[in-house]
Design a protein around this ligand. Structure first.
Ligand code: ADP
Ligand code: ZN
Length: 756
């Protein structure tokens, strides 16, 4: 008999808690919600396992009983609860953090008002009878029969809608609540309450042109689809890497593969890296699968997310489209998981649990005997490595649809440009001429600079000091071109000040701004092309949900000529009229002391070049750089992925970085540098004594983190490298268990995407 339950509560850093099943009650099912006492609080958690005895060191009487069960069924399906537990363990996070990722909003309690309701009024038989009688009497004086003119009008309106009308709709037609209430009291109208579903699709307003269902697949698409369909029919776990150049028609393959999986009555999970990509993708899936499609992403309102989650849970859904967190969607019959743009760093969550949605998707697929398709034009080093070593199946699309050529790429060496045009040039002659030509021809262009702001630093010509953030070890970025709106801002903690007139260190009045970001490029483009219709796309310009969709749609409708933006414009979007892509400072990311800098740069350049020439007309890309000979830039311009992979693998092998070894980045934070250093050194010493001296794995550091100070705290890091991830994680867990005082000040990042 079950005497105890292990409960996961959505409280950061808390692990599983044990509660007693009170005598005379039965244990709630696994996955059910229970209210439990934590100190003086009552918290809603999920039952994750049963125990026959109290935890070691506790007496039966010492274990508190749970307060009440909210469900008599699994609220979250057990495989999803198990997936959350796996995530917590693998990413060295508390179960509490992982459970938070799994629970939909508004379900932490049992209030029914998480659902949205509306009141609907319908005319009754008595009401109809009265109206008919009044019509027959033709006496016009219905008021004589006890009806006011308003009431009579309301009944007339309702007669036209036998199923009834929402009271909100009646109100817009002049029938207020008092009139409806009066009619209801006299039995002429019946009012009922209906549950309504909040519809995120209606709000997005995103439409796609109808796809010709009979459209012929290209030969490459056909063989890819045949192979993938065969894999999905095997009903066994398999990972396929769909490596298709930009514009090779991967989405079409996803849609048809999904249809095959639906015919076999299994469900489909379609992950995209960014909220911005969900409207377009979900619109395509809706066109193909209608009301069977649900969306899940953090851009939805809590209410919308709740309703979509409930529809999925109820089993009404065949296809879920969503971002990272949708990997935990409560589906029970998953047959296919697609991870589009699998290389994208947005799949990694940058707070605990620091999971990669792609990797959790693979584990989910494995447990569900499902096919997992990873799609990309620029696969991550990890995925390509698995494909090369035979762990994944590699399926290739080498050509664009209709054999459209890839964009021709021209590299502009900015050292030469500075020599001839002066040191202040932002837009090179080649790019200027190319934009002019596009404007003349009425074609569109995209200009990328992966750095926000107007100028990236303010420095003093007398003492060479920079204006830095008081909380973080970075210099402030100037935003806003006009003197009135100009402010210097920290991109990490959001601290901001008016741009000072004199140097904060030496008081000299010789402050100068250096470096430039997207705002400056936008201003420069507007200055060079005063009649062009230009808009900027970056995190500063796009603050509201929906405004990015709206802007991208405006661009797609060709009401804009040119977009300037950060990597936001490089991703996945399909703009057939774009024939030119300009890249300002292709080397922005290369200066970073990060082992993935080369991979990131290669991906970004290849992806952004892939935005050009997707329609009838061929595309061109112009790449400005100070390092034209760097292999990431050179090979991205040739769009030669295999050559890049070989070159990068060589670097990773010699430097011992992923995918050749596993990596865990640990950062210890403290109020003083000395404290952070001491604590990190203590943890590192414990690890070295437990296999980290090279016998089982290696510990590098501690050393000040590249971002040495953040939001007022000092940061010291050490890296754990080795082949046996579990062994490394266990040693780290043991070291942290010995120092519980560090739990809140230590960040553990398993499989980090960056070590900055
Ligand atoms: P990718 O995701 O591989 O970059 P997309 O799936 O966006 O490419 O496809 C590029 C374009 O080609 C889209 O506009 C798509 O509608 C179109 N397309 C895809 N398959 C075909 C086909 N078989 N015939 C004609 N057009 C196609
Ligand atoms: Zn700061």
């Amino acid at each position: 008999m079950t005497r105890f339950i292990a409960v996961a509560v959505p409280v950061p850093t808390l692990d599983l808690l044990t509660y007693r099943v009170p005598a005379g009650t039965s244990a709630p099912p696994l996955g059910a919600r229970v209210v439990v006492p934590i100190g003086t609080r009552a918290v809603t958690g999920l039952v994750v396992s049963y125990l026959a005895a109290p935890p070691p060191g506790m007496t039966e009487a010492g274990v508190k009983p749970f307060t009440k069960a909210l469900d008599d069924h699994s609220f979250v399906p057990t495989p999803v609860v198990e997936l959350a537990r796996w995530t917590a363990e693998y990413y060295a996070a508390g179960v509490g953090d992982a459970i938070t990722a799994v629970l939909p909003p508004k379900t932490r309690d049992d209030r029914a008002d998480a659902h949205k309701h509306r009141r609907v009024a319908a005319i009754t038989a008595a009401g109809l009878g009265l109206l008919d009688a009044a019509d027959d009497a033709a006496a016009a004086s219905t008021t004589g029969r006890g009806l006011t003119a308003r009431q009579r009008e309301a009944l007339d309106i309702l007669r036209g809608s036998p199923d009834g009308l929402a009271t909100a709709v009646l109100a817009t037609r002049g029938v207020g609540g008092a009139v409806v209430a009066r009619l209801a009291r006299s039995g002429l109208v019946a009012v009922r309450t209906e549950r309504v579903e909040r519809d995120p699709f209606a709000a997005s307003g995103f439409t796609v042109p109808p796809v010709d269902a009979m459209r012929r697949l290209t030969g490459e698409q056909m063989s890819a689809l045949e192979r993938l369909t065969a894999l999905s029919e095997a009903r066994a776990f398999r990972v396929a890497l769909l490596h298709g150049v930009t514009g090779s028609g991967k989405t079409e393959i996803y849609l048809r593969l999904a249809a095959a999986v639906r015919r076999a009555r299994r469900q489909v999970l379609m992950l995209v890296p960014e909220i911005a990509l969900t409207p377009a993708v979900s619109a395509l899936f809706q066109q193909a699968f209608g009301r069977e499609v649900a969306v899940q992403h953090s851009g939805l309102s809590d209410g919308e997310r709740h309703d979509q989650w409930q529809r999925i849970r109820a089993g009404d859904i065949g296809v879920v489209v969503g971002t990272r967190s949708a990997v935990f969607a409560p589906l029970e019959q998953v047959g296919l998981i697609i991870v589009d743009e699998e290389h994208d760093s947005s799949y990694k969550q940058d707070e605990s649990p620091r999971y990669n949605g792609r990797d959790v998707a693979i584990v989910r697929g494995q447990r569900a005997d499902a096919l997992v398709v990873l799609g990309s034009a620029t696969p991550s080093m990890e995925s390509y490595h698995h494909a090369m070593t035979g762990k994944y199946e590699r399926i290739v699309l080498e050509r664009r649809i209709q054999d459209r050529p890839l964009a021709t790429v021209t590299v502009v060496d900015m050292r030469e440009e500075y020599a001839t045009e002066g040191p202040d040039v932002i837009v090179s002659r080649a790019l200027r001429d190319a934009i002019t030509l596009r404007l003349e021809r009425g074609e569109q262009a995209v200009v990328l600079l992966n750095r926000r702001g107007y100028s990236t630093s303010v420095f003093c010509r007398q003492c060479a000091g920079t204006v830095d953030c008081p909380n973080c070890s970075v210099s402030l970025v100037v935003h806003g071109a006009g003197a009135a709106t100009k402010r210097a801002r920290c991109h990490y903690c959001n601290y901001s000040v008016r741009v000072p007139g004199t140097c904060p260190s030496c008081a000299a009045p010789y402050l100068e701004q250096a470096g430039y970001g997207t705002e400056r490029v936008e201003a420069e483009i507007v200055r060079l092309f005063p009649t062009a219709r230009v808009a900027r796309v970056d995190r500063d310009a796009i603050r509201r949900r929906g405004s990015l969709d709206a802007l991208l749609m405006t661009f797609k409708r060709r009401e804009l000529d040119l977009l300037v933006g950060t990597q936001m414009i490089a991703k996945g979007h399909d703009f057939p009229s774009v024939t030119l892509v300009g890249v300002i400072s292709a080397d922005v990311g290369l200066g970073m002391a990060d082992f993935r800098a080369g991979e990131r740069t290669f991906q970004l350049l290849t992806q952004v070049a892939g935005r050009a020439g997707r329609g009838e007309k061929p595309g061109a890309a112009i790449v400005q750089t100070l390092y034209p000979d760097h292999y990431s830039i050179r090979l991205a311009c040739r769009q030669d992925y295999p050559a890049f992979y070989e070159r990068e693998l060589h670097f990773r092998t010699t430097m011992r970085y992923p995918p050749l070894v596993s990596l865990i980045n640990t950062i210890v934070k403290a109020k003083t540098f000395a404290a952070a250093m001491d604590d990190a050194a203590d943890l590192a010493a414990r690890l070295r004594a437990d296999g980290g001296d090279g016998t089982a794995f290696r510990v590098l550091g501690p050393a000040p983190a590249p971002l040495g100070r953040l939001r007022g705290e000092y940061r010291v890091q050490f890296l754990v490298k080795g082949l046996n991830r579990r062994r490394m994680r266990d040693a780290l867990a043991a070291a942290l268990a010995a120092r519980p005082d560090l739990a809140r000040r230590t960040t553990v990042d398993v499989d980090p995407l960056s070590v900055l």
